[in-house]
Design a protein around this ligand. Structure first.
Ligand SMILES: [Zn+2]
Length: 282
C-alpha cells in the first residue's frame, strides 16, 4: 500500500475556470454549454464555462450516463454522491444473482445489506506506445474487484447460498471515453492544451468518429495510490520517457483503485508545468 505524498497539489472542491470561447471537442462557437470536468454525478464541481456545443454535449452526456447509471450507480447511491435528480428513480433495493445448487435466481436486497462489488477494468498500455501491437478498440487485460458494504462471503453465508453474482451493464469503451473526456477537459482548464491550436487525437474517438479509444487510453504501470478523503484525482503530467503529455485519472482515490492514463499529445506541442488537482468529497 503506497500513499503518494504530493503536498503541493491543489485541492479543489469547486471552481470555475476561464472559458475557452469555443467547443473543446469540435471548435463550434455557437450554442455553448458549461463543461463539467469530472461528471457532476460523480461529485464533480469543476467547471469549464461555455466550452462544449450542444451536439458534443449530447454525445459526452450519453457516454457519462451509461457509466453513471450502470456500474457506478450503486456506489453513488451508497456513498451519497450528488445527483441532479437526487437519486430519484434510483432503486431502493438492488438486484443480486444467487446460486443455490444448480439454480440461479435473482433476489433484491436493501442498500445496507448489499455486497457491492465494483469492477475496475485493467487496460494494456495506450496503443500509441506499442503501435505495432495495436489495431483498434480498447485492450482490456482483466479487472480488479473492490468490495464495499457487507463482505460477499458473509452474504453468501447469511443467504445459505452457494455463490452470488453482481451484473454490470455498461461496456468498457464508455468508461474509457468518459475517462478521456475528464483528462482532456482538465488539460484545457489547466492551460496545458489549447484547443484553439489543435485538439488531441483522442477527441475523435471520444466523439465516436474513430474506434481507436485504446490507442490513447490505457494503463501505464505505476504504484497504486491511496489518498485519504479524496474522491477523485486528475493529474496532467509530463512523461519525459515517452515525450508525451499524459492525463492521469483515478476514481474513488481513497479506495486505491487503478490509475488510468490518457495520452493528450507530445511534449513538442505543448509547454506545461506538472499539475494535478484533487477533488475531495463533501
Ligand atoms: Zn462541439
Amino acid at each position: 500500500m503506497e500513499e503518494r505524498n504530493e503536498p503541493n497539489i491543489p485541492r479543489l472542491d469547486r471552481h470555475r475556470f476561464d472559458g475557452v470561447g469555443q467547443c473543446i471537442y469540435c471548435g463550434e462557437t455557437d450554442d455553448l454549454r458549461d463543461e463539467h470536468i469530472v461528471p457532476y454525478g460523480l461529485g464533480g464541481n469543476l467547471v469549464l464555462p461555455d466550452s462544449s456545443c450542444g451536439a458534443c454535449a449530447e454525445i459526452t452526456s450519453r457516454i457519462e450516463l451509461k457509466v453513471l447509471r450502470g456500474s457506478f450507480r450503486p456506489i453513488r447511491v451508497m456513498r451519497g454522491i450528488q445527483s441532479r435528480r437526487k437519486h430519484r428513480g434510483a432503486p431502493t433495493k438492488l438486484p443480486l444473482q444467487v446460486r443455490y445448487g444448480d439454480e440461479w435466481e435473482t433476489i433484491e436486497l436493501p442498500h445496507h445489506e448489499y455486497p457491492l462489488l465494483l469492477h475496475f477494468l485493467v487496460y494494456d498500455l495506450p496503443g500509441c506506445l506499442e503501435p505495432e501491437a495495436y489495431t483498434e478498440g480498447l485492450r482490456v487485460r482483466g479487472h480488479l474487484t473492490y468490495s464495499f458494504g457487507p463482505r460477499p462471503e458473509q452474504v453468501v453465508k447469511d443467504l445459505g447460498a452457494d455463490e452470488i453474482r453482481v451484473s454490470q451493464t455498461d461496456g468498457p469503451s464508455e468508461f474509457a471515453k468518459m475517462t478521456a473526456k475528464v483528462a482532456y477537459s482538465m488539460a484545457v482548464a489547466s492551460g496545458a492544451v489549447d484547443p484553439r491550436r489543435g485538439r488531441p487525437e483522442v477527441v475523435r474517438s471520444v466523439l465516436g468518429e474513430l474506434n481507436e479509444i485504446g490507442r490513447w487510453v490505457g494503463m501505464v504501470s505505476r504504484p497504486r495510490q491511496w489518498i485519504r478523503d479524496v474522491l477523485h484525482y486528475v493529474g496532467i503530467k509530463r512523461d519525459r520517457e515517452h515525450n508525451l503529455l499524459i492525463g492521469e485519472v483515478q476514481y474513488l482515490t481513497d479506495t486505491g483503485t487503478p490509475t488510468y492514463s490518457v495520452v493528450l499529445g507530445t511534449l513538442d506541442d505543448v509547454y506545461v508545468t506538472d499539475l494535478a488537482l484533487r477533488t475531495p468529497s463533501g
